[in-house]
Design a protein around this ligand. Structure first.
Ligand code: PLP
Length: 174
């Protein structure tokens, strides 16, 4: 027989997993309800409205994804990229590489803008890629590449995508 697992108490000091405050642990021990329960729907609406405040947006499609960052990234690609869609994908570290994988798996046509590990995404290269591929539907980049710490200029890159009528998928886990 397998004994019930009782985790030891640890002080977690790394970037993650991190210590969970007792009040959160207590909240997680409350009863489970279904995702169609009126009480759940009401709670979700409250959370969505608070997220809109946090992200300073009025976009009704602001919602949390109850999953790790990788699932959030994949969710964006599988919902926004259709087979044959051109995606300008910036790669300057591990997570840009993961975005490229996502584009390939969804059947998108990647146009890779490559920068050295440790360097931010070069906006001029992105602009040139759009000029050469004006039919690109999406620009994908990582705001801060965790693998190196390099931060890219989200505002400038987002504006370039808008100029060319493309959507932006930004990984802002870090
Ligand atoms: C930039 C970036 N994207 C995606 C991920 C993946 O997140 P998760 O480990 O929660 O799946 C990480 C994790 O460190 C990350 O730093």
């Amino acid at each position: 027989m397998t004994a019930s697992f009782i985790p030891p108490k640890r002080v977690l000091m790394g970037p993650g997993p991190s210590d969970v405050p007792q009040r959160i642990l207590d909240a997680m021990a409350r009863p489970t309800i279904g995702h169609l329960d009126p009480a759940f729907v009401e709670l979700m609406e409250q959370i969505k409205s608070m997220l809109r405040m946090a992200f300073q947006t009025e976009n009704a499609l602001t919602f949390p994804v109850s999953a790790p960052g990788s699932a959030g990234m994949e969710m964006c690609f599988v919902n926004l990229v259709e087979p044959g869609d051109k995606v300008i994908v910036c790669k300057n570290g591990v997570f840009g590489g993961r975005m490229l994988e996502n584009v390939k798996r969804t059947g998108g046509v990647p146009v890779v803008v490559e920068d050295a590990w440790g360097a931010p995404v070069d906006p001029q290269k992105v602009r040139d890629a759009f000029k050469a591929n004006p039919d690109a539907k999406v620009l994908a980049f990582v705001h801060a590449e965790t693998s190196t710490g390099a931060q890219s200029d989200a505002e400038t890159l987002g504006k370039i995508a808008q100029e060319f009528g493309a959507l932006t998928i930004m990984d802002c886990v870090t």
